[in-house]
Design a protein around this ligand. Structure first.
Ligand code: C2O
Ligand code: CU
Length: 468
């Protein structure tokens, strides 16, 4: 009950913080409140076909029995209400990845809420104030729950979205399946994965299919919303037969840019406007050196004529980097993993050798010599301050660093990486890269900063930032 009241209070606080209350002249009749979109999500066990026709169904953990979970689609300014029921036999929570959320609604079990126990429900309710491509996923033992299928797409539409003929969401995953097409069980939680690149899969799907066909109007302009839902795989997608323009990254607008390929680390998203220039247009995943089909377009006369103009795209304004003169710098020295230089680290109040951390606690990664856990506040930050997370990837592995509740600007010393022109919520750090992730700490609460290679996060690569 207390937590319900607390949610309600913070929710009202957040509403008035958006200025809704302050903007209404006293003489006007009480306006209708924002539209609330109610959804029901039930996390449960179900069988679903992800390995192709004539193959047996895979036993999975899914939302509403669907893979990916149901599309949640709202307009900017609306309120998302999701009643989540847990029909698994383990606790769960849902995180709304990329939403600058009310902290209580962020879905991090044991940090922002108590886990939803089996048989119980929890209602998330929050306004969505930014348009773009987001996703939701389990945030309790996510290395296991996401690997089994607990995720889905979340799209926020806006009045100034570019006009297109089609809007297609592609949720891409690489599953690790055994010979019978089941989720590979014995390697869930494998120490080898946790200390190396994470759980890489062996079966690529797009919206749970191998090479889905998208019927489109001939010559159409298509908005693709690409979401990497893999536990650990960094995807590279190549577009053929289309003119592709990148317009947003991680749900935040960037300067429109013509591209042929896009690299997406786990949890990252890209919005790409594609103009079909040939009859045969397709998407391939090329990160391993072997081309894997990842969807193709079928020009379909019956759908009628493409009408969206092929004009240059004006993306929403990209917010400028804030003034850095007063910046609060926080060094994040990432260490650990296989072939790394971490010999010992603090965990649960004691400094322990890496061997013991690995074998007894399955902890392998650290920031500034500290194994990440939710009881330990990494940094206290004044609300409203400009913060630079100065991150040094002093490990042998790439890491997809995600900040909850905020988007950040990226500066990097690695000349080989393409810097985004806008903000992001997840940044792929190359081994030995140094990057400054700059954000305005305008959202109070306890926010995670962690690697989205979910095995790395579970093994200690994460930190709590307290903003107050
Ligand atoms: Cu998408 Cu903390 O996660
Ligand atoms: Cu990592």
């Amino acid at each position: 009950m207390i937590s319900k009241m607390l949610q309600r209070r913070n929710f009202i606080k957040a509403l008035s913080a958006c200025g809704i209350a302050g903007l209404i002249p006293a003489t006007m009749p009480t306006p209708a409140l924002s539209i609330t979109r109610p959804y029901q999500l039930t996390a449960g066990k179900s069988a679903f076909n992800i390995s192709g026709s004539k193959q047996a169904d895979t036993d999975m953990w899914l939302y509403n029995g669907s893979c990916p979970g149901p599309l949640l689609r709202l307009r900017r300014g609306e309120i998302l209400r999701a009643e989540v029921t847990n029909q698994l036999d383990v606790p769960t929570t849902v995180h709304w990845h990329g939403i600058r959320n009310i902290n209580d609604m962020d879905g991090v079990a044991d940090l922002t809420q108590a886990p939803i126990e089996p048989g119980e429900s929890f209602t998330y309710e929050f306004p969505v104030n930014h348009s773009g491509t987001f996703w939701y996923h389990a945030h309790t033992m996510s290395w296991q729950q996401v690997a089994r299928g607990l995720y889905g797409p979340l799209i926020i539409d806006d009045d100034d979205d570019p006009v297109t003929d089609h809007d297609i969401c592609l949720m891409i995953d690489d599953w690790r399946l055994d010979d019978t097409g089941q989720i590979h069980q014995s390697s869930l939680g494998s120490l080898h994965d946790w200390s190396h690149a994470g759980r890489l899969g062996n079966w690529l799907t797009v919206n749970a299919q191998s090479d889905p066909a998208f019927s489109v109007k001939p010559g159409a302009r298509v908005r693709l919303r690409l979401i990497n839902a893999a536990n650990a795989r960094v995807l590279t997608l190549r577009f053929d037969g289309v003119e592709a323009q990148l317009v947003a990254l991680d749900g935040a607008p960037c300067r429109a840019e013509t591209i042929n390929t896009i690299k997406l680390a786990p949890a990252q998203r890209a919005d790409v406007i594609c103009d079909l220039v040939t009859e045969k247009a397709f998407i391939r995943e090329i990160s391993t050196g072997t081309d894997h089909p990842a969807g193709h377009f079928v020009a379909t006369q019956e759908l009628g004529k493409a009408t969206a103009p092929k004009n240059a795209i004006n993306t929403a304004l990209v917010p400028p980097l804030p003034d850095l003169r007063q910046v609060r710098r926080i060094t994040v020295h990432m260490q650990g993993g296989a072939m790394g230089n971490l010999t010992e680290a603090r965990y649960d109040g004691a400094v322990l050798p890496l061997r013991e951390l690995a074998q007894k606690h399955k902890k392998l990664w650290a920031f500034n010599g500290q194994i990440g856990d939710y009881n330990n506040i990494f940094a206290e930050i004044d609300l409203g301050s400009v913060v630079s997370l100065d991150v040094i990837n002093d490990t042998a592995w790439p890491h997809a660093m995600h900040l909850h509740g905020h988007h950040f600007w990226v500066m990097s010393d690695d000349p080989t990486v393409d810097l985004p022109s806008g903000q992001r919520d997840t940044w792929l750090m190359q081994p030995q890269e140094r990057a400054s992730l700059v954000f305005v700490a305008d959202n109070p609460g306890m926010w995670l900063f962690h690697c989205h290679m979910l095995e790395h996060a579970a093994a200690g690569m994460g930190a709590v930032l307290a903003i107050d």
